[in-house]
Design a protein around this ligand. Structure first.
Ligand SMILES: Nc1ncnc2c1ncn2[C@@H]1O[C@H](COP(=O)(O)OP(=O)(O)OP(=O)(O)O)[C@@H](O)[C@H]1O
Length: 681
């Protein structure tokens, strides 16, 4: 367990003088796959296994102990932010007697699939709501007993004696019961829906947080698969946190109702018990069948979502290429496949539903037939028979709900498994011992780095040794597909070398907190990313408030200033999804301005002017040096000769290897020489 990150997380959670929020801590710990355990013990009894831990002091203060040695402990708190060694006895004077320690979450594979830890954490926090649901369920089911007892009384006592006064009083009482029943059922549904709402908000926040953290190299090739996994979870969570909970809570009442039937009607209780026994194999068979169907349906829907995602983002290209017919034909095939899979899975459901409805009728028929014999033998009265029938139907209804929930569970398990597989992919900061990177000097080193995107593919970069010093202005040149952008991805830690090491200020990137590390980069990628919103929201992506002067400066540098002035609403100019209402050059300028706005230590520009006209490109070449500070490193990937005036050093990549790396003049000379040699041949 890594002390650094846990301490760091804890520090942000323990605000001096404020109430300690255990829920927040549990949530943060769950993100690191840790459980929080509250423990009462003497400080002298703390063992290595307890560390790091949060120590609760008197007066609501908290500290973190990361190490204990020779009667001293290393403690940190928010104030001072650095740690100190302190004798345990001294801390003992202000110690409240409680610590919070951490253990790694252990999961069995079954629990992982049915209720992954992150989802269970959300549900665990909702115990108060579920306790209310439980209480309402108990009340509702107890009130259910009133109707059969009333019926029994009416048939056996009131009809023979025609005691109308008692009948009216009991009738009024039953009306009150009905009103209570209505209110309780409504409340129960409300509590469940409210719990679902909370789970929805929290789990979807968690999912997005985790998705963003996943390693780029681990993500599935198809963004449609990700979308589908997240979408199907939206349908599942309501079922798991609502339907399943209610069905499970109803089950004990099957036993209660059967016991009451046994009390009133003796052997009549055998009927619901018999139906329950028959339902078990039917439900298991149906569950297995539906699980197979769910798997086929998921595959079909995945393919559909992936294709839909692709078509919706490339609609214009499809029209321009005249590929509408082919697109429709492929869509038809996908839809047909998914419709058949959907029909097959619905059939499994319908079969169980129909069987379950028949089982309910069987209970009534069975009870009537057995009841006639029982009445004839004088064992029960007609009133008891009516009461048993009502109770029997209610008892079996509880089981039927459970059987149907179990059947539907196969879909939920499938969807949860898919999402869990996705979220279980390696994340960038999964190891808790990553170093924080509050600042960098900017020394980038490739130490014998090789990289391949896929084990089955050849290496894209081979044995690269390279050093880029802080403040250098470097261009990376090379033919298409030679590996320039991959080089940049490695520098940013977006992908990990298959061999060798990537270093920043002599620290291996695999030991750094990559989120923090990347905050020192300003990147304008080859393919600009533009989002729906305004020019300002796009420029400010990932930034807090900035002055208009800073925005103006960045737009000036990227030559976007002219366009901003043309827009009547200036920076508030609306931008459509993926920047559909902007030209290619404007999208690129926006992405470039966003990078310049960050004033990061390292500025990476991948083909920054590929969509610029010649005039804008020349302007950019003039303006960029005005904007860049001396200590900012510039790494420029370009095919444009004009841009080379911005750099002092040129690195040439060919087929994944560095074939030239020198100052601008010498490399350009060498390239001209090679070109003339080649043309002479
Ligand atoms: N995500 C990926 N999965 C598999 N292979 C990839 C991926 N991205 C790039 N490649 C392959 O890696 C090689 C290097 O690609 P890279 O994008 O680094 O080239 P580049 O020099 O930047 O090219 P260009 O100048 O055309 O942008 C290419 O052969 C490309 O097909």
């Amino acid at each position: 367990m890594g002390a650094d990150v846990v301490s760091e997380d804890i520090k942000t959670l323990t605000r001096d003088g404020k109430e300690f929020d255990l829920r927040c801590l549990e949530k943060a710990a769950a993100c690191c796959k840790l459980n929080v355990i509250k423990k009462s013990c003497e400080l002298v009894n703390l063992s290595e296994d307890d560390l790091p831990c949060i120590v609760q002091l008197k007066k609501k203060y908290f500290m973190i102990i990361t190490e204990i040695r020779n009667g001293e402990c290393f403690v940190t708190s928010r104030k001072p932010s650095i740690g100190i060694w302190m004798p345990l006895a001294r801390l003992g004077a202000v110690y409240s007697g409680t610590i919070y320690r951490f253990t790694e979450q252990q999961e069995t594979s079954a629990s992982k699939v049915l209720m992954p830890a992150w989802f269970r954490t959300q549900m665990n926090e909702l115990w108060p709501q579920y306790m209310q649901v439980l209480m309402a369920t108990v009340m509702v089911n107890l009130l259910t007993l009133a109707l059969p007892l009333f019926t029994n009384m009416v048939f056996d006592k009131l009809i023979p004696t025609f005691a109308t006064d008692t009948l009216f009083i009991l009738g009024m009482g039953m009306l009150v019961v009905v009103v209570f029943d209505f209110v309780l059922r409504w409340l129960r549904t409300y509590f469940v829906d409210d719990a679902c709402r909370v789970i929805e908000r929290r789990s979807e926040q968690f999912i997005m947080g985790r998705l963003i953290q996943l390693k780029q190299s681990e993500l599935p090739d198809s963004p449609g698969r990700i979308t589908h996994a997240v979408e199907s979870f939206a349908r599942v969570k309501e079922f798991l946190s609502g339907t399943v909970v209610l069905s499970l809570l109803d089950v004990p009442f099957f036993i209660l109702f059967t016991l009451v039937i046994a009390l009133i009607g003796g052997v009549m209780a055998l009927i619901p018990v018999g139906v329950a026994i028959c339902l078990v194999p039917v439900t298991i068979f149906s569950y297995r069948r539906t699980r197979r169907r769910a798997s086929e349906l998921t595959q079909a829907n995945n393919a559909k979502s992936a294709f839909l995602y692709e078509v919706s983002s490339e609609l214009e290209a499809i029209k321009a290429l005249g590929a509408s017919g082919k697109t429709q034909a492929r869509w038809r095939r996908l839809v047909t496949r998914s419709a058949w899979a959907s029909l097959a899975s619905k059939q499994s459901n319908v079969l169980l539903n129909t069987l379950v409805a028949s089982a309910s009728q069987c209970v009534v028929i069975g009870m009537l037939v057995l009841g006639v014999f029982q009445i004839h033998n004088g064992n029960i009265s007609p009133g008891s028979l009516f009461a048993c029938i009502i109770l029997g139907s209610r008892a079996v209804a509880a089981l039927m709900n459970l059987a149907m929930a179990v059947n539907r569970l196969s879909f939920s398990v499938k969807a949860l498994k898919e999402l869990n597989d996705l979220l279980g992919l390696a994340g960038e900061n999964d190891n808790n011992d990553k170093l924080n990177v509050p600042a960098i000097k900017g020394l980038i080193e490739f130490d014998k780095v090789s990289y391949r995107y896929d084990a089955s593919q050849p290496e894209v970069l081979k044995d690269i040794n390279l050093k880029i010093r802080p403040g250098e202005r470097v261009a990376i040149l090379g033919a298409s597909g030679s590996g320039k952008s991959t080089l940049i991805r490695l520098i940013q830690g977006l992908v990990e070398p298959t061999e060798g090491n990537m270093l920043m200020d002599r620290h291996n990137l695999e030991h750094l907190n990559l989120d923090q590390y990347r905050s020192h980069f300003a990147v304008a990628p080859q393919k600009p990313s533009v989002f729906a919103g305004t020019l300002k929201s796009n420029l400010m992506l990932g930034q807090s408030s900035l002055s208009t002067e800073r925005l103006d400066e960045a737009c000036y540098g990227a030559c976007l200033d002219g366009f901003v002035q043309q827009c009547s609403r200036g920076y508030a100019h609306p931008v459509l999804e993926r920047g559909e209402n902007l030209s290619g050059g404007q999208r690129q300028a926006l992405s470039l301005a966003r990078a310049l706005l960050r004033r990061s230590r390292i500025v990476v520009l991948d083909e920054p002017t590929s969509a610029y006209d010649n005039h804008s490109e020349s302007l950019f070449c003039q303006r960029l040096p005005e904007i860049l500070k001396k200590d900012q490193t510039l790494i420029l990937i370009t095919h444009r000769h004009n841009l080379l005036q911005l750099v002092d050093r040129i690195i040439v990549v060919s087929e994944g290897r560095i074939i030239a790396d020198d100052n601008r003049g010498r490399v350009l000379e060498e390239l001209t020489y090679r070109r003339s040699e080649a043309s002479a041949v």
